[in-house]
Design a protein around this ligand. Structure first.
Ligand code: ADP
Length: 210
């Protein structure tokens, strides 16, 4: 079975990954439909980040299969669709912004790599900044932004690539409780309106419930 129903944007079947004697991911199966948000809650070291890396195509499973956008993407010991072609974006706890680039430069970067024209890049970056409610911040450097604003830039950079799914790796752990609530509302609103799928990992029970 190399292709499946395309409405299932992400499918994992019996996915297992070991690092030597350590079982990082053990026999995980799941389906995610367009616009659906899957939350994975678990303590540090239970394999959440490894699972995201497997989905993104940064690791190969030892056993099992992964389909992305209806196409077989990974199977035991083999990457069929490389990470850059999966249309999957990641948002990290550490923001992972380039400090020397402006907000515009950070968000535009994936579009430049894809060879879009300057005009198209400007339009797409403007739209992404609107989506994360940061219009007018394009000339600032990351050091001139609060933690919450930096994470919005990370989210805008993920959105601008028009992914089918965004993987969130403890994205709000560095923010205080109020900001976390605001960001969670923004994230769920974005996924509801765009239909982009989400896998959201956290060790925080209240965040997972929200
Ligand atoms: P979590 O994200 O839930 O904190 P991880 O997926 O980072 O968990 O790690 C799961 C387990 O796999 C841990 O025991 C970790 O030490 C181990 N692990 C993760 N990545 C590697 C690696 N590249 N090499 C060896 N062990 C690893």
């Amino acid at each position: 079975m190399d292709s499946i129903d395309r409405a299932i944007i992400l499918k994992l079947q019996n996915v297992t990954k070991n690092y030597g004697p350590i079982s990082a991911v053990n026999d995980v199966s799941l389906d995610i439909m367009a616009g659906e948000c899957l939350v994975l809650l678990g303590p540090s070291g239970c394999g959440k980040s490894t699972l995201l890396r497997l989905i993104a195509g940064l690791e190969k499973p030892d056993r099992g299969k992964i389909w992305v956008g209806g196409e077989l993407a990974s199977l035991a010991g083999k990457t069929v669709i490389p990470a850059r072609k999966r249309q999957i974006a990641m948002v990290f706890q550490s923001y992972a912004l380039w400090p020397h680039m402006s907000v515009f430069g950070n968000i535009a970067y994936p579009l430049k790599k894809k060879g879009y024209t300057r005009e198209t890049i400007a339009i797409k970056v403007k739209r992404a900044l609107e989506q994360v409610e940061l219009s007018g911040f394009d000339r600032r450097k990351p050091s001139e932004l609060s933690g919450g604003q930096q994470q919005r830039v990370g989210l805008a950079r993920a959105l601008v690539a028009e992914p089918r799914c965004i993987l969130y790796d403890e994205p709000l752990s560095n923010l205080d409780a109020n900001l976390r609530r605001t960001m969670l509302r923004l994230i769920s609103q974005i996924h509801e309106t765009t239909g982009i799928g989400a896998v959201y990992v956290t060790h925080d029970q209240s965040e997972a419930r929200a």
